[in-house]
Write a protein that binds this ligand. Structure first.
Ligand SMILES: Nc1ncnc2c1ncn2[C@@H]1O[C@H](COP(=O)(O)OP(=O)(O)OP(=O)(O)O)[C@@H](O)[C@H]1O
Length: 458
């Protein structure tokens, strides 16, 4: 099995374990190589290796064999400073090629009009609303009422894992229960393409067209996928127009705004912009906290007896990125880990178990961001902060900015000096030292720095 083969296998695994399980467990594996029937992977933590081994090991072996590779076992090791530590965390799986591997997919309701299955958990009840997503939520709610079509299409867009699919499934669930008379079809743009290609191959275009034109509500997820795929776009355009003409509701999602989807024909872009375009903004601290609190309840129900302090939840909401899938995955992993090792969820255990996630989520603060914030804070121009003048009104904020650059970025002193109008590294060193002293002597400076640091790390 080669790296390319693993790439293909990853696609198969993604489809069989579901997107969330994939992101949390399979995605972090790095394929090292295969020898004598053993496929080796490096993993970020021992826990992850053990968990994948126990829960997905059989499936990886099974799918590798299905794809024709001679794999009998999988082996996970934490890769540290170039060496593979194999002693403590050896995890392997005996071959069971003929076992029926139970798929850990979430439970699904029956297909909606033979489209993609809906995830039972993705309802309005489980969707946490905050400032970044309130508009998208309100629009989705409106569509879910199933009343007369007021905007067409509803176009939801936003970054990875911010709840687009969740909202679409919620609309479908709601319509299924309140308007069972409506034919609702949900599918991804990728599935739309496969169906289209299949219909072409099997000469069943009439069936294809009549299926898509008979729906009352059509939802197409991840529409950016059809960018650059000309005949699929063409067919999508016709389907779209036919439904709009009949005043049927269309809901589309994408990872970016219609105008920014690469390889999409202009006429489709403008069609997509005709209705209501709303974006899901990256989560803020409050929303992350709300989501974590609601997901903690689910975990507690699954692991009775396990508890988590509010302080740890706040820590996670602060430290983990804006992607809700990652946030949710971290919590799942934390509870699974604590239960596996039979320990309470403490801060130490949290940091230990989630070290890779916490590292990956570390926000990279830039020198430019610091300069901008500091000049805003002290109400001076950026050019004055960076410029040559040594008057105290500019010099002190400049030193504060240099100090923050040293503390919050990985830039070296000479690099920082260069970004401050080509100053020498000794000037930066002096500035940093001065602020360190002032922080102790001058309460105002200490407060300013704390405030700026918090704003930058938000
Ligand atoms: N506001 C929210 N409240 C509760 N759960 C949320 C919220 N937003 C996202 N999630 C959860 O985060 C996970 C990812 O969400 P979802 O699959 O809807 O993201 P997406 O925007 O469609 O991502 P992608 O671009 O990868 O398709 C899901 O498990 C979903 O339930």
């Amino acid at each position: 099995m080669t790296l390319d083969d693993w790439g293909q296998l990853q696609d198969i695994l993604r489809a069989s374990v579901g997107k969330n399980n994939y992101t949390n467990w399979i995605g972090p594996l790095s394929f090292i190589g295969a020898k004598n029937g053993v496929a080796s992977f490096s993993v970020p933590t021992n826990f992850l290796g053990n968990y994948v081994s126990q829960n997905f090991g059989d499936m990886i072996v099974y799918q590798a064999q299905q794809a024709g590779h001679d794999i009998q076992r999988v082996h996970f090791a934490v890769l540290k400073t170039g060496a593979i530590e194999t002693s403590k965390q050896h995890a392997s799986v005996a071959p069971k090629p003929d076992v029926q591997v139970s798929s850990p997919k979430p439970s699904k309701t029956p297909d909606v009009l033979a489209g993609a299955p809906l995830d039972k958990r993705f309802t309005f009840d489980t969707f946490v609303v905050g400032k970044p997503n309130e508009l998208a939520h309100a629009a989705a709610r409106r569509v879910a009422e199933g009343g007369p079509v007021t905007f067409n299409p509803l176009f939801l867009y936003g970054g990875v894992g911010l709840g687009k699919t969740h909202l679409m499934h919620a609309i479908a669930h709601e319509l299924q229960s309140t308007r069972p008379d409506l034919k609702v079809l949900y599918l991804s743009a990728e599935q739309f393409m496969y169906r289209f290609v299949q219909a072409l191959r099997e000469r069943k275009m009439m069936d294809f067209k009549s299926l898509f034109r008979a729906v009352d509500v059509l939802m197409v997820d991840d529409v950016q996928f059809i960018g650059g795929k000309d005949s699929t776009q063409e067919e999508f355009f016709h389907t779209f127009n036919a439904l709009v003409d009949q005043n049927k509701q269309i809901i589309i999602s994408a990872d970016r705004a219609p105008g920014e989807i690469k390889g999409l024909e202009d006429r489709i872009k403008s069609r997509l912009q005709c209705g209501l375009v709303v974006d899901l903004h990256p989560t803020d601290y409050e929303l992350r906290l709300g989501i974590l609190q609601s997901k903690v309840e689910i975990q507690k129900a699954q692991y009775p007896g396990l508890n988590i302090d509010e302080g740890i939840i706040e820590f996670l909401a602060h430290r983990i990125s804006t992607n809700v899938r990652v946030l949710e995955g971290a919590l799942t992993r934390l509870f699974a880990f604590a239960s596996l090792v039979g320990r309470e969820i403490t801060m130490d255990l949290t940091v230990d178990c989630l070290s890779d996630v916490l590292r990956a989520s570390e926000r990279k603060i830039t020198v430019e961001e610091i300069q901008r914030r500091v000049s805003e804070h002290y109400n001076i121009r950026l050019s004055e902060l960076i410029g040559p003048k040594r008057v105290r009104n500019f010099a002190r904020p400049r030193q504060v900015a240099m100090y923050l650059c040293k503390q919050l970025t990985s830039r070296s002193l000479p690099e920082i000096g260069r970004r401050f109008g080509g100053r020498d590294h000794t000037t930066v060193m002096h500035g940093v030292k001065r602020i360190e002293e002032l922080k102790i002597q001058d309460g105002q400076i200490a407060e300013d720095i704390e405030m700026l640091r918090r704003a930058l790390e938000e």
